[in-house]
Design a protein around this ligand. Structure first.
Ligand SMILES: *Cc1c(COP(=O)(O)O)cnc(C)c1O
Length: 292
């Protein structure tokens, strides 16, 4: 369903038809325009698409607040608030893919909370087990549950599972993780760590090849470009991110830039000292990667 060509092209003939709409990605906002102004403006595309296609659309699927594989581009929570209202108005389900952003990543337990909305379907994985074992879940509400729940003889069931559904070891890892969320003030501690992340790289804002430093909680992304003013990107074939990756590895840090976007998405046990070290290694890496 995504729109990253690298993933999509090979399987094109097998994929179902989807309608894509322009992103609320705030990197593209005009100078002086706020995140909420831009995301609100971009919502017009979604509204128009829903108005035209609501009768043939099963659901709208979004990654709340951060499009991760899409270069860690971010948008304002107001877009989700508008989207929830529009989906209700048009009678279309809303699916929130919080596989990457769920479990405290953006500053709240779930990203949707920042827009004060609930989706009809919530996709969760990664953070659910703290990354220790593979487990994913799709949550839904009572109306959907009831639509599938019926007398046995009507054979009305939601038949979708696989051999290891509900794997006990993975579930134990998930319960362990949820137990830590219940016992420790993770979200609160993340708030301080997020501030530290921001201040550790604040000096890079003036760097001639840093176009934007953006952040939602425990995800911070630094967008590099050839020209800071025109935002002309570096040629992707120059592989500047790879230079940063190699430098970081030589210094004992695993950074994995997406193209020309360097990002931090550290585990919540990261210490303030480790954040400073990451910032220092990144600064050196950016210097090395952009000096010619
Ligand atoms: C990782 C990720 C996926 C893929 O999840 P799998 O369980 O590996 O299929 C889907 N959506 C988002 C937003 C992700 O970050």
């Amino acid at each position: 369903m995504g729109n990253v060509d690298l993933y999509k092209a090979t399987y094109g003939p097998l994929l179902m038809d989807v309608i894509t709409v322009p992103s609320p990605d705030c990197y593209l906002r005009e100078p002086g325009e706020s995140w909420s102004e831009y995301s609100t403006r971009q919502f017009a595309h979604m509204e128009a698409t829903l108005a035209a296609h609501a009768d043939e659309v099963a659901a709208v699927i979004v990654e709340p607040l951060i499009q991760c594989a899409g270069n860690m581009r971010m948008y304002d929570p107001c877009y989700l608030t508008l989207l929830r209202a529009a989906c209700d108005r048009h009678g279309v389900h809303l699916i929130a893919d919080e596989i990457a952003v769920g479990f405290g990543r953006t500053g709240t337990l779930f990203a949707c909370e920042q827009a004060a909305i609930s989706p009809d379907f919530l996709c969760l994985s990664k953070g659910l087990t703290g990354g220790y074992l593979p487990l994913s879940v799709v949550m839904t509400g009572e109306p959907v549950y009831q639509a599938f729940y019926d007398e046995y003889t009507k054979l009305n069931a939601f038949l979708h599972s696989h051999s290891y559904t509900g794997n006990p070891l993975a579930c134990a890892a998930a319960l362990g993780t949820l137990g830590i969320f219940a016992a420790e003030p993770i979200i609160e501690r993340n708030r301080q760590l997020a501030q530290q992340l921001a201040s550790s790289v604040a000096h890079l804002a003036d760097h001639p090849h840093v176009v934007e430093i953006r952040q939602h909680g425990m995800v911070l992304a630094i967008e590099l470009a050839k020209n800071k003013t025109t935002r002309e990107p570096f040629d992707w074939r120059e592989r500047r991110g790879l230079r940063i990756y190699r430098h970081a590895l030589s210094r004992g840090a695993l950074l994995r830039p997406i193209g020309n976007v360097l990002y931090f998405m550290p585990p919540y046990v990261v210490t303030p000292e480790e954040i400073l070290l990451l910032a220092q290694i990144s600064t050196e890496g950016i210097e090395l990667a952009t000096c010619d």
